[in-house]
Design a protein around this ligand. Structure first.
Ligand SMILES: [Zn+2]
Length: 409
């Protein structure tokens, strides 16, 4: 086995669930797991500096390949010496592969299908594109992404220009961006697609996984610096999920396997943990497992108990910008509520966002001030709330790790 840029070590295993506490050592520092990874879609967690991300207790950051490829372009990021240098962040970094955008800009567009999908069959008129801040009107809009056997045709959300992503292209872009951990190119499917489509798509994702691995292994310089995770798909079907976990975990090129795994897919809320359970019953214990696009604390707990190690999501930071903050609401270790600071009932509230919270925002500002900032459309609202929510997530993950070690989770 070659020397790899990351080392995953499990320190404690729960006796009550599949949860584990460990570390991922990377060339840019250590990630304590289970970990929540804030998303900086365009090489910035909106509204705060990279130093603040670090000070708030997040060990790493994830950026989106699709967005950085379109703007400013991966070559200019490479010219800076990679993503970390580009955004002046010296901690561990991740990039996704663009596969999720193939989904959110393709089949999911106009159908109200995102990371979580209602169990009812969708029919709808508007969808937000993940991380883009754009909303596209539905049915008659030209689909900006189309999947074929070799890759995905994207239409730029910026200027409408056409781009074709193959697994090779996705990996080459991610090599230029230079994050510590990168992902194979995959197709994320809607849970509403029939099983025949899920099978065809899974075959494609598996072929693309090999192509991704081959491309990475053959670039010896990038391969020595960046870990590559394979992605498991398979929709809501037990046989397909297990087949995918087996295929991806055993896949090798020149004797080299993936360094870790991402569990992908769009889920009906009630299906998510079942699918994760199937997959993790097959994946090897000794490699890290990342649950893609999941960030609601209650979902993270479920994922942790099924043996997932890392999680990324725009939700805690996006919610902060639109007024929603997490608040501990009782003595229960993991209990919390989502509180909307724009609500008129906070306009006279002289308390902090969360009593007892040690974050910069809660030590200095009242709910009434936050309510005023949102009402007035002030930029500071998003910054202060993002600080609180990321602090909350870091503390939450610290509690998760502590409770596993204490034998309570
Ligand atoms: Zn706070």
């Amino acid at each position: 086995m070659q020397n790899r840029p990351i080392t995953f070590s499990i320190k404690t295993r729960s006796t009550k669930s599949h949860a584990r506490v460990g570390t991922i050592e990377t060339p840019h520092g250590v990630i304590q797991t289970p970990a929540f990874i804030p998303v900086g879609t365009k090489a910035t967690v909106k509204g705060i500096t990279p130093e603040m991300v670090k000070d708030l207790g997040a060990d790493s950051m994830l950026a989106n390949t699709y967005h950085l490829y379109l703007q400013p372009g991966d070559e200019i990021i490479k010219a800076h010496g990679g993503l970390g240098k580009f955004m002046n962040y010296d901690g561990p970094t991740w990039t996704d592969s663009g596969g999720f955008q193939a989904f959110s800009l393709g089949v999911a567009l106009g159908k109200n299908i995102t990371k979580f999908t209602s169990s009812a069959r969708p029919g709808y008129d508007e969808i937000s594109l993940k991380g883009s801040g754009h909303k596209v009107e539905s049915e008659n809009a030209l689909l900006p992404a189309k999947v074929d056997e070799d890759g995905v045709m994207f239409r730029s959300i910026i200027d409408g220009s056409a781009h074709y992503f193959t697994p090779k292209k996705s990996i080459e872009i991610q090599q230029n961006i230079g994050a510590d951990i990168i992902f194979a190119f995959d197709e994320c499917t809607s849970p509403h697609e029939p099983v025949e489509y899920q099978k065809r798509s899974l075959d494609r994702t598996h072929r693309w996984a090999l192509e991704s691995l081959k491309t990475h292994v053959e670039n010896t310089e990038a391969f020595s610096k960046q870990a590559l995770f394979g992605i498991i798909q398979g929709g809501r079907h037990e046989d397909l999920r297990k087949e995918s976990a087996k295929f991806i975990s055993e896949l090798s090129y020149n004797g080299i396997e993936f360094d870790g795994f991402g569990i992908g897919g769009s889920f009906a809320k009630e299906d998510m943990i079942t699918a994760v359970h199937w997959v993790n019953s097959i994946l090897p214990e000794n490699k890290p497992r990342h649950l893609l696009g999941i960030g609601e604390p209650s979902d993270i707990i479920k994922g942790v108990m099924e043996g997932c190690d890392t999680f990324d999501c725009v939700m805690p930071t996006r919610n902060a910008r639109t007024g929603t903050v997490f608040v501990n609401d009782s003595a229960d270790t993991f209990s919390y509520v989502n509180l909307n600071l724009k609500n008129a009932k906070y306009k006279d509230d002289l308390g902090p966002i969360e009593w007892g919270c040690e974050c910069y925002t809660c030590k200095r500002y009242t709910r009434a001030y936050m309510n005023h900032l949102y009402k007035a459309g002030e930029m500071l609202a998003g910054t202060l709330a993002t600080i609180h929510n990321l602090h909350f997530m870091a503390k939450f993950m610290e509690k998760v790790r502590g409770e596993i070690v204490a034998g309570n989770l």
